[in-house]
Design a protein around this ligand. Structure first.
Ligand SMILES: O=C(O)CCC(=O)C(=O)O
Ligand SMILES: [Fe+2]
Length: 320
């Protein structure tokens, strides 16, 4: 076959059961190609056949990689498969009790490259030995109900992520940082000398003293940079009162759920913090509620499982 010049995925059709499980009309998953195929596909389809060419998509479905089913795997194995796709991955998602999962790439070209490299390639993380990965294009992740926030953020749809009205004094803003600002901060963080880092219960931190100032946050006089390796968190705590009235933080590289709870009180209020989001605490959120991040491989958000990334970094500013 001659080399294709246009980056369009030609993909096997997902089983109709997958569309049913997702609660999505099949034709939504597979919009017909804008142009006809010259590769001999008729455009006719059956459940396992190839149906012409589809619009390019940045999202691949991992057809045989899921938490359920006869070759079910766990989150760690999923994370390792996703890591194998490299840094062209924008978000990944392993829904609860399903035998498939999704990876959203930074562009349709990245998805195509991953498809060509990994579809039907042996996948050592799958149990039984010698199994191959089954991939398919997933035309439009925006049609999935309860799309995980990491996907929403990656797709630029995060506007309707709600701040926690229940916790007074809590302000949350998704996509506060641009991707290039996030990159700049991460390269600053990764260039800090090893000697600056202090290990603290599974994470590591660098403190900047009262003289530290950052142009956008002039009232803040103290900052802490933390790196949480995959799955790590921080126990519930209220920052000491001496650290001032406001606490402002940003999340970098990966998201996590932060829980807020009035000590001894119920209930727990959780907010998912996607990468590049901003969180500001004052009033009750600052002084009455303890905040913490559970140690776990994934977070459940709106009923779906969102994997944690390889690490999460945060910067917390506090005025003294
Ligand atoms: O990593 C975070 O977002 C929160 C860290 C935190 O609560 C703290 O350093 O006091
Ligand atoms: Fe804190």
């Amino acid at each position: 076959m001659s080399k294709r010049s246009d980056p369009v995925l030609k993909v096997p059709k997902l089983r109709s059961s997958t569309a049913r499980v997702l609660g999505v009309a099949e034709d939504k998953l597979f919009p017909p190609a804008a142009h006809s195929s010259k590769d001999g596909d008729s455009g006719a389809s059956n459940d396992d056949g190839v149906k012409g060419r589809y619009s390019s998509t940045a999202c691949l479905c991992l057809l045989n990689v899921g938490l359920a089913g006869f070759i079910a795997i766990d989150y760690d194995a999923f994370a390792s498969i996703v890591q194998g796709f490299g840094d062209s991955v924008a978000a990944s998602w392993m829904p609860h009790a399903r035998s498939f999962s999704f990876v959203l790439f930074k562009s349709p070209q990245h998805a195509l490259q991953a498809y060509e490299q990994f579809h039907l390639a042996p996948c050592p993380q799958l149990p039984g030995g010698g199994r191959r990965l089954g991939l398919a294009a997933f035309a439009d992740p925006t049609v999935v109900p309860n799309l995980p926030p990491s996907f929403q953020a990656a797709l630029g749809l995060a506007d309707d992520l709600q701040p926690l009205a229940a916790v007074s004094g809590l302000t949350f803003q998704p996509e506060f940082l641009s991707e290039s600002e996030e990159e700049e901060l991460l390269s600053f963080i990764h260039n800090l000398p090893d000697s600056e880092w202090i290990p603290v219960h599974g994470r590591r931190v660098v403190h900047f003293g009262a003289s530290f100032e950052y142009s956008s946050f002039s009232p803040a006089h103290q900052a802490t940079i933390s790196i949480y390796p995959y799955g790590r968190g921080i126990p519930p705590h209220i920052d000491i009162p001496e650290l001032g009235t406001y606490i402002v933080s940003v999340s970098l590289h990966s998201g996590c759920t932060m829980d807020f709870r009035i000590p001894q009180g119920e209930p727990v209020h959780s907010v998912y913090l996607p990468p590049r989001s901003l969180l500001a605490l004052e009033g009750d959120a600052r002084y009455k509620y303890a905040h913490g991040i559970k140690e776990r491989a994934s977070d459940e958000v709106n009923g779906v499982v969102v994997m944690r990334g390889e690490y999460r970094a945060s910067i917390v500013w506090r005025a003294m």
